[in-house]
Design a protein around this ligand. Structure first.
Ligand code: SAM
Length: 300
């Protein structure tokens, strides 16, 4: 059965989740996503009975409010979405901008869901004042209400009463992790110094990320980090310092959409980094051989 996903989100790990989950040890009691976005890894893990509890966090408060409706009020959310979706015809474009204005003044979760469903590839954008400013994809109407209802209800079934939600800076989340947890880190920005990242609500500076990883290593916390990668011969992201002693793995992320648009044939290869504590834990639970075989197959 397909893993449900209620909304498209730029940078979602939905399509590569199956390559990442083999690195999650079977004894994980809580899977923590400090940069959850569309929470693709948590949903995929929950659908395969990996981890008992989930902590979803994202610095975007409106997104986390949407998550709380998806998990605790799926019917109300689906009904509101259906109302908006039906009302958009026949003036979809004008309707989108009206809902965008309403979202910017009231931050209602159903409005955000509608906007996410209507923008190109869930490429969320905010102005420096925190105003949602992405335009609609006028070729599409957005996920059909019946599909949306099914999707939010399945995600709710997977995460209800097993999840905690927050909207904090990732460092606050990391400071309360336990050794029995597994954190999956998928930060948005991999430049060398802080620059505002318009793709999301906020960005992350390289030095802050490295300091946070160093702290997690000191605390012997298990984490998987998605960081940098390669499209064809082009590398993305600054290398991480060797003193972090991370184990690097490569996964196929498929063809990049940019490359496809340009008619090029370059494949995107993503890097995963495993923390020293996780590498040890996988070894202790004799789980590493499986994941190593897996990596061999996925390696390019
Ligand atoms: C690459 S996306 C994560 C995508 C996610 N793995 C998925 O499957 O959809 C990065 C996320 O980090 C969030 N973010 C940016 N800065 C943050 C911070 N300082 N603390 C927590 N979250 C942050 C963004 O809002 C964005 O949703």
């Amino acid at each position: 059965m397909q893993v449900p996903h209620p909304f498209p989100y730029q940078g979602s790990k939905r399509t590569v989740a199956r390559h990442i989950l083999p690195f999650v040890p079977r004894d994980v009691s809580r899977l923590v996503e400090p940069f959850c976005g569309s929470a693709a890894i948590s949903i995929a893990a929950a659908s395969r009975n990996i981890a008992r509890h989930f902590w979803l966090n994202d610095i975007d408060p409106a997104l986390m409010n949407l998550w709380s409706w998806i998990i605790d009020r799926p019917d109300a959310l689906a009904s509101e979405y259906e109302r908006l979706w039906n009302e958009q015809h026949p003036h979809r474009k004008d309707f989108f901008f009206r809902i965008r204005d309403e979202f910017n003044s009231s931050r209602q979760p159903p409005h955000l869901l509608y906007l996410l469903a209507r923008i190109v590839k869930g490429s969320i954008r905010y102005s420096s004042q925190g105003m949602f400013n992405q335009s609609p994809d006028n070729r599409r109407s957005g996920m059909r209400p019946a599909t949306m209802r099914k999707s939010v209800s399945r995600v709710s079934g997977l995460l209800r009463q097993r999840s905690e939600l927050s909207s904090l800076d990732f460092r606050e989340v990391l400071s309360s992790l336990k050794q029995t947890d597994l954190a999956y880190l998928d930060p948005p920005y991999q430049g060398t110094s802080f620059a505002r990242d318009h793709r999301y609500y906020a960005g992350v500076a390289y030095d802050d990320l490295v300091d946070a990883l160093s702290y997690l290593n000191d605390m012997r916390i298990s984490y998987i980090l998605s960081y940098d990668g390669r499209t064809g011969s082009k590398n993305h992201g600054k290398s991480l310092p060797s003193y972090l002693a991370l184990t690097q793995r490569h996964i196929h992320a498929g063809r990049s959409s940019q490359a496809t648009l340009l008619g090029k044939d370059s494949l995107t290869v993503e890097s995963l980094y495993l923390s020293p504590a996780l590498t040890q834990r996988l070894r202790d639970t004799a789980y590493e051989p499986d994941s190593a075989n897996f990596t061999q197959r996925a390696l390019v």
